[in-house]
Design a protein around this ligand. Structure first.
Ligand code: PNS
Length: 165
């Protein structure tokens, strides 16, 4: 039996923390489907195509597939035959939202098991929103994201500042 795990998120943009969790997920699953949400609650910095492309470019790991999804996560998980749902837990502040989401997903799809993973210690404080904020003001994010993402952030903020001028 092939164990398929879905790792969903906004990935705006993908960070070294996300890549760490993808690799960790392969310890107990045969295939990981990274599921990039089409509709994210806030206006994303990167388009869906950019978010997907950056993951494909930076996380080149066997048995990992990157796809986008629209609608309910549980429907996507069913469509790809996943039995595991991966989420990262960094701090206590993540817990309430993650707990609610896991219980809602269980109500919708009882056979889909949410597994929470703890990232590597040095990546615990990391989030895409912090990366965006630091990069927006020209800070060094090289320890937090892969070089291709760093370049993409620079290019994005340059084009945004140009379009405002
Ligand atoms: O990286 P994020 O923004 O924390 O990811 C949140 C995401 C995309 C996993 C969540 O919003 C989601 O699953 N959206 C799809 C719609 C859905 O199924 N919502 C109900 C979840 S309980």
């Amino acid at each position: 039996m092939t164990r398929i795990a879905v790792y969903p998120g906004s990935f705006d943009p993908v960070t070294r923390g996300h890549a760490d969790l993808i690799r960790r997920s392969l310890a107990f699953s045969d295939q990981v489907v990274v599921a990039v949400a089409v509709n994210v609650s806030k206006q994303p910095l990167f388009t869906l195509e950019e978010r997907v492309a950056l993951i494909r470019e930076t996380v080149k790991v066997p048995n990992v597939e990157v796809r986008s999804f629209d609608g309910l996560l549980v429907d996507f998980a069913k469509q790809v035959g996943a039995s595991i749902l991966i989420r990262g837990l960094r701090a206590v502040s993540d817990f309430e939202y993650e707990f609610q989401m896991a219980l809602m997903n269980r109500t919708l799809a009882p056979a889909l098991e949410t597994v929470f993973l703890v990232p590597a210690f040095d990546l615990t404080y990391l989030s895409s929103s912090l990366v965006r904020e630091v990069a927006r003001f020209g800070g060094d994010v090289s320890a937090l994201v892969y070089p291709a993402v760093q370049q993409a952030l620079k290019a994005k903020f340059k084009s945004l500042s140009g379009s405002k001028a």
